[in-house]
Design a protein around this ligand. Sequence first.
Ligand code: SAM
Length: 470
Amino acid sequence: MMNRIPEAFKPKLPQKLITSLKTLDQFDEAAFCAVHESGEQVNSVRFNTAKIKMNEGRWPAVISEPPFSLDGRIPWTRDGYYISVRPSFTLDPLFHAGVYYVQEASGMFLEHALRNILDLSLPLKVLDLCAAPGGKSTLIQGMISPASMLVCNEVIKTRVPVLHQNLDKWGFANGFVSCNDPRDFKKLVGFFDLLLVDAPCSGSGLFRRDAVAIAEWSESAVNLCSRRQQRILADAWDCLKENGILIYATCSYSPEENENILDCLLNNYDCESRRILLDPLWNIIETCSANAKGYGYRFYPDKLNGEGFYLAVVQKKSGTIHHSSISEKLQAISRKEASYLRKFLPDETLQFARVNEQIHAMPANLIPDLLLLKNCLYLKKAGIMTGKMGSDEWVPDHELALSTGLNPRIQELRLNRPDVLKYLRREDFTADVQTKGWMPVSYQEQKLGWVKILSNRINNYFPKSWRILK
Ligand code: SAM
C-alpha cells in the first residue's frame, strides 16, 4: 500500500507546528517526524456497494480485468481498501462508472462514527456543508437509508462541478447539490438530523502527500482557519434540529482547529460531546478538549496507515424542529411520460418531478423537500436527472445511465477496453449491433453513459466536459 516519493521532495515540517503538538497527549515527535521524512504514501479506495460487491476482500468475478490489486481492508471501514500501486485512475473505466472513490483512509473513519452515533435505518435529513469534491458525501450516501436525503453543499462555485460529477457517478437518487454560503442555511431552521462540517483547514494532516501545503503553512493561516471554522459553525448551527448530530472534522493537526473548536462549541451552544467506541488495535487517539473535556479522535500517520485527521461529534440538546408549510406544487408529469420513465427506473419508491423542462427522479417522500430546497438554496442537482424532451424525441440524461436504479434489463452496448476508452474520449467507434436507438454503454457490466445507434453510425453522448483528454 505504500509508495515512496523522491529524496528531493522530502518535506521539512514547520517547527512551530511541532511545538504546538508536543503539548498533546501521546504525540510522539520522533516517530511523527520520521514518518514524514520517510516519504511513504498510503493509497486507498472505497467501493460503491450499490454497484459492486467485493468477494471477501477480492474483486468479484465479473471484473475480469481489475485495475489494481487490493491490499487489505481499512480496519475502521467495511468497504474501504488499501491498494498496493496507484494506477492512472483517469484511464480506468470503472472509476468513471462510479464503482469506487479514491479516498484517504483516515477520513473514512466517518463511516465508523456514523454507525456508532446514529440509527441509519431511519429516514434522515443530512447536510454535508463543505462537500466538494464529494468524498464524504458519497460515503454518507452509501450508509443512509434510501428514504433519507443528503444535501451536499459547496460554497465555492468552481468546485461545484466536481462535486456534481462525483454524485452523478455514485448514482444514488437521494442526493442534492447546492452552492450556498453557510449562512444561507439559516433559512432551514431545525431541518437537518445530521450536519457534517468537514471544514476548510490549514491542511497539515496531508503534509505527507502535499509538499505545497508545508510551504504554505503558518501560524497566522491556522488562526485564520480557526476563525473561519467558528464562523461556519455559528452560521450553520440553527439548521440542525433538536437532538441533531454535528460531526466536525478537519485534516489539520493544530489544536486551534480541532480541540479548541470543540471547546467553542461545547461552551457556547447547548450541546454535549458524544463518545465513539474504538478498537484499540486501530491506534486512533482519543483526545479530551482542554476546557469542556469533549472527546475528539486524532489520526497520526506514525500510528496507523492513514494521514492526519481529526473528528469530533456533538449532539444538540435544545433547538427547534422544522415543520414544512409549502403549499406550492410541482408541475405534474403526464402518465405517458411516467410509464415511459418507469421502463428505465422500475423502482416504485422513486417518484418523478418536473423542474423547468427536466424530469428528476427521487424517493417519493423527498418531493416536498425538493420544493423547500428549491426555494431556499441555489440547487444544482436534485436526485437523478432522467432527461428531457428534445425536438422530436426523449433524450436521456447522463445521470440516468449512471443511476444505481437503472433497469438492468435495458439492452446495453458492451465494449472492450480499447473501445470503451474511445467512448470516454468521446471519439467515434464501431460495433456490430442490430437494435437502433438509445442504449447505455457498459464495460465489465458497469454503465458509463449513452450512445444512440443509427443505421449507419453510433453517436457518442459521453458528456463533453467529462471526456478524458489523455
Ligand atoms: N468534504 C470534502 C470531501 O470529503 O471530499 C472535503 C471538504 S474540504 C476539507 C473543505 C471544503 O470547504 C472545500 O470544498 C472548500 O471549498 C469549502 N470551503 C472553503 N471556504 C468555505 C467557507 N467559508 N464556508 C464553507 N465551506 C468552505
